[in-house]
Design a protein around this ligand. Structure first.
Ligand SMILES: *Cc1c(COP(=O)(O)O)cnc(C)c1O
Length: 399
C-alpha cells in the first residue's frame, strides 16, 4: 500500500469536502492530551466533540473493550446479547424510564425517536397528529429526519425537500410555543442545553409551559441529551436539573466510551409503540460498544466525575469572568458543568487557530462562540492551562 502524506492537501484529494479539519495529524492520546505525528502535545478541550468523557487511555475502558472484543465483536440483534442487557438496565436505573433502543449515532437515535413519535401519535387515533416540532437554534443531526428538525440554513440549504409536518418554535419564547403547538403536535424535541447552537440553556418557565401543554394536547417531549447527557452538566441527564420528565431521551456522543453507540430511552407509555419489524439496525447495540459504555458509566460514578464537572466548570467560569473583566472581546460566558460557551466579538475560528498554535484545542460553534467540552476527568491545573492560553491570546490581540 502506498503511504500518502497525512496533510490537508491529501485530505482534499481523498475525501468529499464536508469537513474543515484542523491541520494536525493526531496519532494518539494520553489523559486529556492529544499527540500529533511530530510529537507535539495538545491540551484537548474538545474531547472528540464531547465524546471522550474519560479522556484517553483509561485502563477500565480498555479492559472492557479488549475483553468483549476477544469474546464477541458483533453478532446482530438476531440474538440476546449480555452487554446490551447490562447497559440497558443501567440506563433504565439511572433514568427511571422503561425501554431502550440502541443505535449507532446521534442522528439515528433522533430518527428512532421521530418514528416512535409518529407511530405513537397514529395510535391515538388522530389521523392529523403528525407534526414534530423543534426549537430554533437547535441541532439534532444530519440524516433527513433529524436534519428536518435542525434550524440552521447552513445544514439544510440545497437538500430540499425536507420532511413534511415539521416545524420550529422560537427557543424560550413561550408565546411562540403557545401559538405553534396544537392537537396536531406529535412531539416536541428539545435540547435542555443547546450544544451546537452555542451552549444555551432552556428556561424553567419555558419547560414548565411545555409540560403543561403536553397535558392539554397529548404530545411527547423528546429530550436530545446527545451532547449534554452522560454527566457533562453535572447530572447524568441535563433535564434532571429541572422538574421535568421527558417521554423519550436520546443519547449518543459519550455513550459508547468513544465507540459508536446511541440509545433512545422511553417511558412506560411508549413501551408498546414499536412492534416486531417496525424498526431496527444491524450494528446498533454492538457488544463491544455496549461493554465500553458500561465501563464509561461505572467510571463516571466511581471517580465522581459529575461532581468534578460541577467543580471544575465553576472554577473555569469564575476564571473566564475574570478574563472578561479585562478583555472586552468576551461578550458572554455560559457554563453548565463542563459545557462552556464563550461568546466573542468576532468569528470564534480566529481563536481556535491561535489556541492551536499554543497547543490547546478548542472548538468554534455558532460563528462567534468558543465551545469547551473537555474530558470530564480534566484536572484543575489543565483547566487553568486553557484559561492562561486564552488570556495570552486575548492580551496579544490588544497589543
Ligand atoms: C452531535 C449531536 C447530534 C448528532 O449526533 P451524530 O452522532 O453526529 O449523528 C444530535 N443532537 C445533538 C444535541 C448533538 O450534539
Amino acid at each position: 500500500m502506498k503511504q500518502l502524506p497525512i496533510t490537508q492537501e491529501t485530505e482534499k484529494s481523498l475525501f468529499f469536502h464536508n469537513y474543515a479539519r484542523l491541520p494536525i495529524a493526531i496519532t494518539h492520546g494520553e489523559g486529556c492530551w492529544l499527540v500529533s505525528d511530530d510529537g507535539t502535545r495538545y491540551l484537548d478541550m474538545i474531547a472528540g466533540i464531547g465524546v471522550n468523557a474519560l479522556g484517553y487511555g483509561d485502563e477500565r475502558l480498555l479492559r472492557a473493550i479488549n475483553a468483549q472484543a476477544a469474546r464477541l465483536i458483533h453478532a446482530s440483534n438476531l440474538f440476546l446479547l449480555q452487554p446490551q442487557f447490562d447497559l440497558a438496565s443501567t440506563l433504565l436505573d439511572i433514568s427511571g424510564l422503561s425501554k431502550v433502543f440502541f443505535a449507532n449515532s446521534g442522528t439515528e437515535a433522533i430518527e428512532a425517536a421521530m418514528k416512535l413519535s409518529r407511530k405513537r401519535a397514529a395510535m391515538t387515533g388522530r389521523s392529523d397528529k403528525k407534526e414534530i416540532l423543534s426549537l430554533s437554534n437547535c441541532f439534532h443531526g444530519r440524516t433527513y429526519g433529524a436534519m428536518s428538525l435542525t434550524a440552521k440554513a447552513r445544514y439544510t440549504d440545497g437538500f430540499d425537500p425536507l420532511l413534511p409536518e415539521t416545524g420550529m418554535v422560537t427557543f424560550n419564547d413561550i408565546a411562540d410555543l403557545d401559538a405553534k403547538v396544537s392537537a396536531k403536535t406529535a412531539a416536541v424535541f428539545i435540547e435542555v442545553v443547546q450544544g451546537e447552537g452555542g451552549i444555551h440553556c432552556i428556561s424553567e418557565a419555558f419547560l414548565a409551559r411545555l409540560a403543561e401543554l403536553r397535558r392539554e394536547f397529548d404530545f411527547l417531549i423528546v429530550a436530545d441529551e446527545i451532547q449534554a447527557g452522560c454527566g457533562r452538566t453535572g447530572k447524568f441527564f441535563s433535564y434532571m436539573h429541572f422538574d421535568m420528565q421527558p417521554d423519550l431521551v436520546c443519547l449518543a456522543k459519550p455513550l459508547g466510551g468513544g465507540l459508536p453507540l446511541a440509545a433512545v430511552l422511553g417511558s412506560e407509555k411508549m413501551a408498546d409503540v414499536f412492534s416486531y419489524g417496525n424498526h431496527g439496525t444491524t450494528f446498533g447495540g454492538n457488544p463491544v460498544a455496549c461493554a465500553a459504555g458500561l465501563a464509561m458509566i461505572e467510571a463516571i460514578h466511581a471517580d465522581g466525575l459529575m461532581e468534578k464537572a460541577v467543580q471544575t466548570g465553576a472554577m473555569m467560569k469564575s476564571a473566564l469572568q475574570e478574563l472578561a473583566s479585562r478583555h472586552p472581546q468576551i461578550l458572554d460566558i455560559r457554563q453548565y458543568g463542563l459545557m462552556i460557551g464563550i461568546t466573542v466579538d468576532k468569528e470564534a475560528k480566529a481563536y481556535v487557530e491561535k489556541a492551536l498554535q499554543k497547543q490547546v484545542l478548542v472548538n468554534a460553534t455558532s460563528q462567534n462562540v468558543i465551545r469547551l467540552l473537555p474530558p470530564l476527568c480534566i484536572s484543575e491545573n489543565e483547566a487553568q492551562r486553557c484559561i492562561t492560553v486564552l488570556d495570552e491570546i486575548l492580551t496579544e490581540e490588544n497589543n
